[in-house]
Design a protein around this ligand. Structure first.
Ligand SMILES: C[S@@+](CC[C@H](N)C(=O)[O-])C[C@H]1O[C@@H](n2cnc3c(N)ncnc32)[C@H](O)[C@@H]1O
Length: 664
């Protein structure tokens, strides 16, 4: 039997309606009747917890919710066009910047990136005015929407203007929140698929939508996977009406909390080295006198700015003397056992009075043998006599990491100033601080150097900048994917916000590259630029019978190239977009090799001779660098002049040992 051409287009991605149905069919075949789900049977199979539709059901609801959910399940119909000319280091980089609406882009990415993303950081529009674009095709009419939002009465008469101003405001507010939720919901649903099981999502938000985003994320990610609502205190505004509106938040969820049971999120204590140095200096300046050194150290702490992050370690205010580790700062920690324990109750003698010291009724924190060791090391600090309970010296240099508080201060103006000096004043207002993003990405990945970070509301590209900064600091290989709408801005030569995103990344990348050392010279400061576009083949509306993309040569959109087709094929096959690609010219068109595992040829007019030539070139190339995995060959379905050429090609490949042949 000859090798069969399996159509590429049969693939559908996780999260799409068809995949969800397949999944259900596998789990509950009894509930599938003739390809559709019998919801009553499914409810029976799920038991008592499967709720029936009820007006009293608990949870977040808004008009347009079902339609928004549906949008996450429809297959993508577009493609991404590669734009090497606006990229940096196209061949080597693994970073990606995509211009286009993030819903379609996320849907396109889900074939290749489901369960691949370590961290999603997003800073969506906060819904504070006309700050978001909601152009997902709504299937309900505006009138239907207003009815569902309670803005029309039973006769369909619009109720605005009736009742008090506050009632009108509330109604307007409800629809504004509905629209925002409808924008966020499908995007978050697809994003959830893209996260790894151990992945983490961080969503920035302010008070306008914080409550609703929390409920939405509880729903999508599961309330049990909620980690924190981190408060970012960003500086006082004195023109505030009642309270200064200076905070915003980061809602943090993990995809699956059970995969992180052994993980502890810790970060280095800020300014550790400088605190230790201050202790040493205090010791020297005091003439090596323990109590004077401690006084100097306490003064040093007082001299720090109240917002200095080192102040989190302010309790390390004692400088050790000759009966311990001279010049090392420590804090005095409790020595009592947290619970009453008979084996921890024993006499501890005061070194001078030789009397048993005052013991807490629970007993000591350590067993006697360990206590003896601590005494020998000078780690126990006694009072002037046995009436004072001794304490344990906890040295700063032995606890160099700390857990993290879900609240922090960082003046927001600093990030704006840095971006102004990189791009020019006022080019992009209110960027997020890349050092804050870097800090939280590092924390939630515990400094893992090989992570994939996604930001699908990229703005000026702060997340990409943060990823490059992190890599430059530790030589890591973190990668980013950013998505940014081509939102018109027309400012200082920048037509769209996406133009700003790319330029910021170019400039930041160059700046970072210029400071790399021998150890970090490999750090990736480039990016590949792609733009969302309609499929390379027209017309294609995503219906199953139209999924066979490249039905005929004439179907190709004018101006599209085989490089464009390659990217569309990669998206449909779920291949990482930055997989290394090599090319050779064969029989008048390009033969592509993706890491020697996948070969693609999109040439047309293949007769028997050409088909043989291509099969020969494929075999030679594969054999130059053989791999253990099965190699796949993809060709254009309509690339053959007749069925003889097609059959001949399949037979030649089969003879050469190829086992997977696909057509698009
Ligand atoms: C609050 S800004 C993000 C700022 C960014 N964190 C920074 O530091 O520069 C939100 C961004 O999301 C973009 N955006 C809004 N809707 C979008 C959509 N549907 N697809 C892609 N980007 C979108 C906006 O154009 C805006 O640049």
């Amino acid at each position: 039997m000859t090798l069969e051409f399996e159509p590429v287009s049969d693939l559908s991605g996780p999260g799409e309606a068809k995949s969800n149905l397949d999944l259900l069919a596998r789990l509950f075949p009894d509930a599938m009747v003739d390809g559709t789900v019998d919801l009553d049977v499914l409810r029976d199979l799920l038991g008592e917890d499967a709720s029936s539709p009820s007006t009293e059901a608990f949870g977040l609801r808004w008009p347009g919710m079902a339609e928004a959910r549906r949008l996450s399940t429809v297959p993508a119909t577009g493609t991404l066009l590669p734009k090497p000319e606006e990229s940096v280091d196209w061949d080597a980089t693994r970073n990606i910047v995509i211009e286009g609406d993030n819903l379609e882009v996320l849907r396109l990415l889900r074939r290749g990136y489901t369960n691949k993303v370590d961290v999603i950081y997003i800073d969506p529009p906060y819904n504070t005015g006309n700050d978001f674009i909601y152009d997902d095709k709504r299937t309900t009419t505006q009138a239907e929407h207003e009815t569902a939002a309670g803005q029309r009465d039973e006769e369909g008469v619009l109720q605005t203007g009736v009742g008090s101003d506050r009632a009108e405001d509330r109604k307007a507010g409800a629809s504004k929140h509905s629209a925002w939720l409808s924008m966020m919901y499908p995007r978050m649903l697809v994003a959830h698929h893209l996260l790894k099981e151990t992945g983490v999502i961080i969503a920035a938000i302010d008070d306008t939508e914080h409550a609703r985003l929390k409920l939405l994320m509880d729903r999508i990610f599961g309330a049990e996977n909620f980690v924190a609502s981190v408060t970012w205190e960003g500086g006082r505004k004195n023109d505030a009406h009642l309270l200064s509106p200076s905070t915003d938040y980061m809602l943090i969820y993990v995809k699956n909390i059970s995969t992180l049971s052994d993980v502890r999120w810790r970060e280095p204590k800020p300014g550790l080295e400088s605190i230790l140095a201050a202790g040493k200096k205090a010791w020297e300046d005091s003439g090596e006198n323990e109590s004077d050194a401690t006084k100097i150290m306490k003064e040093w702490w007082k001299s720090l700015d109240p917002n200095d992050p080192r102040r989190a370690s302010e309790h390390y205010n004692q400088v050790d003397g000759n009966s311990g580790r001279p010049g090392v700062v420590y804090f005095r920690s409790d020595l009592r056992s947290p619970n009453p324990r008979a084996n921890l109750c024993y006499d501890l003698l005061h070194p001078e009075t030789k009397q048993p010291v005052n013991m807490h009724p629970n007993g000591w924190a350590f067993e006697k043998s360990r206590m003896t060791q601590m005494l020998t090391e000078g780690r126990i600090r006694f009072g002037s006599d046995e009436t004072t309970r001794p304490t344990l010296k906890r040295y700063l240099d032995e606890t160099s990491t700390q857990s993290v508080l879900p609240v922090f201060y960082m003046d927001r103006r600093a990030a704006s100033k840095r971006l102004d000096s990189l791009l020019g004043k006022g080019i992009f207002t209110f960027p997020k601080d890349e050092s804050v993003i870097a800090r939280w990405v590092n924390l939630v990945t515990q400094s893992k150097p090989e992570t994939l970070v996604l930001d699908f509301f990229a703005g000026s590209g702060s997340t990409g900048h943060a990823v490059m900064d992190l890599n430059a600091a530790d030589g890591g290989n973190r990668r980013y994917i950013l998505v940014q709408l081509d939102e018109l801005i027309d400012r200082d030569g920048y037509k769209t916000i996406a133009d700003i995103t790319r330029e910021r990344l170019r400039r930041a990348g160059a700046q970072i590259a210029s400071k790399l050392t021998l150890d970090t010279a490999h750090v990736d400061t480039g990016f590949r630029s792609y733009r969302l576009a309609s499929s390379n083949v027209k017309p294609w509306d995503g219906s199953p019978d139209q999924l066979n993309l490249f039905k005929s040569v004439d179907n190709l959109v004018e101006g599209r190239t085989t490089n464009d087709l390659l990217v569309e094929m990669m998206l449909r096959l779920g291949v990482d977009l930055t997989t290394p690609v090599e090319t050779r010219e064969v029989a008048g068109s390009t033969l592509y090799s993706l890491s020697g595992v996948l070969f693609a040829y999109f040439g047309t007019q293949m007769n028997v001779d050409r088909a043989n030539e291509i099969a020969k070139a494929l075999t030679t190339w594969r054999d130059e660098d053989p791999t253990d995995v099965d190699t796949t060959v993809v060709v254009r379905d309509t690339g053959f002049i007749d069925s003889a050429a097609k059959l001949n090609f399949a037979a030649a490949l089969e003879q050469a040992g190829f086992t997977k042949l696909r057509s698009i």
